[in-house]
Design a protein around this ligand. Structure first.
Ligand SMILES: Nc1ncnc2c1ncn2[C@@H]1O[C@H](COP(=O)(O)OP(=O)(O)OP(=O)(O)O)[C@@H](O)[C@H]1O
Length: 249
């Protein structure tokens, strides 16, 4: 089986300054990958490149045929803290904007409207569909942007810190929803600082800190963190829950 996304020897950066170097990474249909790493390590930069928003300095990203050509686009939930709440747009229009990634010949506006309503209803927020986004709580914003990301029925769903500003109840619901989507063969790439959650839900971990190191399971040891230079704290929910303490440089 060919990977949905294949990243070869990718170097990314801004103004000719590399941020992430020589990344090799593949995403397959049933993958659920947690992306972790310190602030400024390059996680969002990698997502931007996958989404085509940042041109690689070198190396390449290839997409399998069924997500290339925008037939099955990638769903993206950006970091909510970067969204301008003064932008004059309603909840419903945000969700509908998720269809901009789709091939316009394949969907009618009536289908888009119906799907948007279904998703809002599933997420329990159909009642706020006409509100401007500036009036929403953090948790409501996350739900709205998740609906937007799912509107195009993507093959790959990318979430950048979806647990920011979210209450515990929705956080649990969110991760159960992601688990279900993954079981239905949607690949998921999840950036999170909530490492306890990461190790409970994901199947593999990519540690991003100027380089990318891939762990094909969801438990990380202190030894791995030391050798990969990942100064973070892991709380693992393996068979025996344990804490791996922060590594100091
Ligand atoms: N538009 C930009 N122009 C210049 N430098 C940038 C830009 N965006 C990010 N950077 C720099 O690139 C590096 C990686 O940033 P990035 O946002 O990818 O990290 P991150 O791992 O997602 O961090 P966080 O966990 O804080 O979100 C940082 O040093 C950041 O300052």
């Amino acid at each position: 089986m060919k990977p949905l996304i294949k990243i070869d020897n990718l170097t990314l950066g801004y103004d000719k300054e590399p941020v992430l170097e020589k990344v090799n990474f593949e995403v397959f249909e049933d993958d659920f990958v947690g992306v972790i790493g310190p602030n400024g390590g390059g996680k969002t930069t990698l997502l931007k490149a996958i989404l085509g928003l940042l041109k690689p300095m070198s190396g390449k990203i290839t997409f399998r045929g069924d997500i290339d050509g925008q037939k099955k686009p990638i769903g993206y939930l950006p970091q909510v803290k970067h969204i301008d709440r003064n932008f004059p747009i309603t909840v419903f229009d945000v969700v509908r904007s998720g269809s901009l990634m789709q091939n316009p010949k394949k969907v009618t506006s009536a289908q888009i409207k119906q799907k948007a309503e279904e998703l809002l209803s599933e997420m329990g927020i159909l009642n706020i569909r006409n509100k401007p986004i500036g009036e929403l709580s953090g948790g409501q914003m996350q739900r709205v942007f998740l609906c937007r990301a799912l509107l195009s029925d993507p093959k790959v769903l990318i979430l950048d810190e979806p647990d920011t500003f979210v209450d515990n109840r929705f956080e649990g619901e969110l991760y159960e929803k992601l688990r279900l989507l993954n079981e239905q063969h949607m690949a998921i790439i999840l950036v999170s600082h909530d490492l306890g959650t990461i190790s409970s839900y994901v199947k593999a971990i990519a540690c991003v800190n100027r380089e990318l190191h891939y762990h094909p399971d969801n438990i990380i040891t202190q030894e791995q963190l030391n050798s990969y230079n990942c100064p973070i704290q892991i709380i693992s929910h393996g068979e025996i829950p344990h804490t791996v303490l922060k590594h100091h440089h």
